[in-house]
Design a protein around this ligand. Structure first.
Ligand code: DGJ
Length: 330
């Protein structure tokens, strides 16, 4: 009886090990709409991400009602299985002008360790893009409710496409396309992440948008695209050892239109055996705004370089921080 019992336990342990090892690998497939755990289409364009306690939170534009986007939140443990956490910013509810006078683009999520609050910075725009404003929403809990805090031109500067970046010392930045799309503005945020306190102009007259920054060791890497409306354009890389100066000349990476997308975010997946970096981009108008696809591609930053290729699908192991091409993509 005891032998039977112990053999049974061994088999269970073996199965559990096999299952958990396999459960860590998921296959990310590009070029199609994602589906959430309820079977609904994922609507989170221009996405922003936050990794908290082994869970990735993704917020983005819900373009179901094209020109009146709400903001959706999803959560995932593997970047493949997305659970809908709710509509965290709603037209006509989160602010009376939202859905009529104003729309939100590129919402990005921050966690301010000093205050414990969750803060969203986003583009807060009118239909003809004349407002050129940003907005801030705040919540005590990551999944909301998010309350409107402020909107306007940060430090009086016209601001459009945007992103956020948090440095190793927890200083946060809002980076956006400023002054009629001419330059990029690097806005240092206050300690509570709720307002901009300083602006440094970068890439003057170079008309960049869709910026995304990642720091690797002591180097900042920024990807951005040209200001071409909803059309994709070459993705360009610039690197610097300082956020506010010394950015290298823009250099094209990927293909001629960075695989038909504009950058939304760069994710750092630090695991038990390696670190994988992922490019997240929007294939806008594919074919319509609600059907814009989110694509994820591994980026290689080894030896201070930066390269990425289009890959139809790949296997990702978030726990290990590793990825490999699938048989189909080899
Ligand atoms: C490109 C931007 O990246 C989008 O977020 C959006 O602002 C469109 N331009 C509008 O034309």
């Amino acid at each position: 009886m005891n032998i039977l019992k112990s053999s049974f336990c061994t088999v269970c342990t073996l199965l559990a090990t096999i299952f958990s090892t396999h459960a860590q690998w998921v296959t990310i497939v590009n070029g199609q709409m994602w589906t959430d755990t309820d079977g609904n289409e994922v609507q989170a364009h221009g996405a922003g991400f936050l990794n908290l306690n082994d869970t990735w939170y993704m917020i983005g534009e819900d373009r179901t009602d094209r020109w009146h986007p709400d903001v959706n939140m999803y959560s995932s443990k593997d970047l493949k299985t997305w659970k809908f956490e709710g509509k965290i910013i709603k037209n006509g509810v989160s602010h009376p002008d939202l859905g009529s006078e104003r729309m939100i683009e590129r919402p990005k999520l921050l966690h301010c360790k000093k205050t414990g609050k969750f803060v969203i910075w986003c583009h807060w725009e009118s239909r003809n893009y004349g407002a050129s404003e940003a907005a801030v929403f705040v919540s005590d809990s990551i999944t909301g409710p998010y309350k409107y805090h402020w909107s306007g031109r940060p430090l009086g500067i016209k601001s459009r496409d945007c992103n956020v970046f948090v440095d190793d010392d927890d200083t946060a930045y809002f980076i956006s396309t400023i002054e009629e799309n001419q330059h990029l503005g690097l806005f240092k945020l206050s300690d509570d992440y709720l307002s901009a306190v300083e602006c440094t102009e970068l890439f003057k007259w170079q008309r960049r948008e869709a910026p995304a920054i990642v720091k690797i060791k002591n180097t900042y890497h920024m990807l951005s695209s040209a200001c071409t409306g909803w059309e994709p354009s070459p993705c360009k890389l610039s690197q610097s050892d300082s956020l506010s100066e010394g950015w290298s000349e823009l250099r094209q990476i990927g293909n001629h239109n960075a695989f038909d997308s504009q950058p939304a975010s760069i994710l750092k997946i630090g695991g038990t055996s390696d670190t994988t970096y992922l490019y997240v981009g929007d294939r806008w108008m594919d074919p319509g705004l609600p059907e814009s696809k989110t694509i994820i591609l591994p980026i290689d930053f080894s030896d201070g370089n930066c390269q990425f290729e289009y890959i139809e699908s790949f296997n990702l192991n978030i726990k290990e921080g590793t990825w490999q091409p699938t048989d189909a993509s080899r």
